[in-house]
Design a protein around this ligand. Structure first.
Ligand code: GLY
Length: 300
């Protein structure tokens, strides 16, 4: 019997993990646990880059991306969701009810309808107001790199929730969800719904999830790279370090860029690392729940 635990990006995750951990320790599966955690974030209007309350694109429309994964042969994702509040649950339906990996846009919403998922308005009034004010200020204003002060207090926008669970049977699962970059070009899809970019889970090698500037993560297949490096013998910290190094060597790193990863081995040895200061992650195990500083900050 393995000692179960939950890991998740950003300090806003900590109360969510705390509420879901008792179910995981009582025997719920890693997949059920990560879906439940991410659904919590999706319905929390105060989290402005995941689910309801997420910031819209340049035209004022909100779209959601999400993924679930338990192994290279078992993943599901959706992108460009326009009418459903829980993209992570549609992603799970894709994984469990189809032979496909990714469904996109209005056809993914139709797929959710066909599985009796209730559709809803996904643009919160507060998000609309923030878009109106961004539009008045300057359409060229770039979103700031998020800065997490801990206990859910953030400066700038939040970013993707990525959650990893190891259950009492030793099974790993991951899920992530985002409304994507604030004020994005309509149609833009980031790293989160793409296998190996925002999330990767391989029962033999471990699991990793990324948050931050999706284009940078996608450019190096970030989550896959972290897990692959662990499979070749790197510790989670070494694997994250090498992946962030690769990003730094490929991109001109602007001040608004942030990228962070959390990762675990199949045995539950984990770490977090970020490009710059301002990232935190949450962890829950049988000893309790804490918000952690990443073990590695590359720049600053
Ligand atoms: N990391 C989320 C995104 O760039 O869409």
């Amino acid at each position: 019997m393995t000692s179960p635990f939950l890991l998740s990006t950003w300090s806003f995750s900590e109360p969510i993990l705390e509420s879901e951990y008792p179910n995981l320790s009582a025997g719920c599966s890693a997949l059920d646990a990560v879906e439940a955690c991410v659904r919590n974030a999706e319905q929390d209007e105060s989290i402005d880059s995941v689910g309801f309350g997420g910031l819209p694109d340049r035209n004022g429309n909100c779209t959601f991306d999400a993924m679930v994964m338990t192994s290279p042969s078992s993943s599901g994702a959706v992108c460009g969701i326009e009418r459903h509040l829980h993209p992570v649950s549609i992603a799970r339906l894709v994984m469990e009810k189809t032979n496909h990996t990714l469904l996109a846009g209005t056809l993914a919403d139709d797929f959710a309808d066909s599985h009796a998922m209730e559709s809803a308005n996904i643009l919160a009034h507060t998000s609309e107001q923030k878009w109106e004010s961004w539009k008045k200020r300057s359409r060229d204003t770039k979103p700031l790199a998020p800065f997490d002060h801990g206990h859910g207090q953030l400066f700038g926008s939040h970013d993707t929730i990525g959650t990893i669970a190891l259950d009492s049977h030793g099974t790993l699962a991951g899920a992530c969800s985002t409304s994507g970059m604030a004020w994005k070009v309509p149609g833009r899809v980031g790293d989160s719904p793409i296998v190996g970019h925002g999330l990767y889970v391989d029962p033999k090698r471990g699991a990793a999830t990324g948050t931050g500037h999706g284009e940078l993560i996608s450019g190096v297949n970030g989550a896959f790279l972290v897990v692959d490096l662990m499979g070749r013998g790197a510790t989670p910290l070494e694997a994250i370090h090498e992946t962030l190094d690769r990003i730094v060597s490929c991109w001109d790193i602007k001040k608004e860029y942030q990228v962070a990863f959390i990762a675990t081995t199949p045995e539950g040895k984990f770490a977090g690392g970020a490009l710059r200061a301002g990232f935190k992650y949450a962890m829950c195990n049988s000893d309790g729940c804490i918000v952690k500083d990443p073990e590695l900050v590359m720049l600053d």
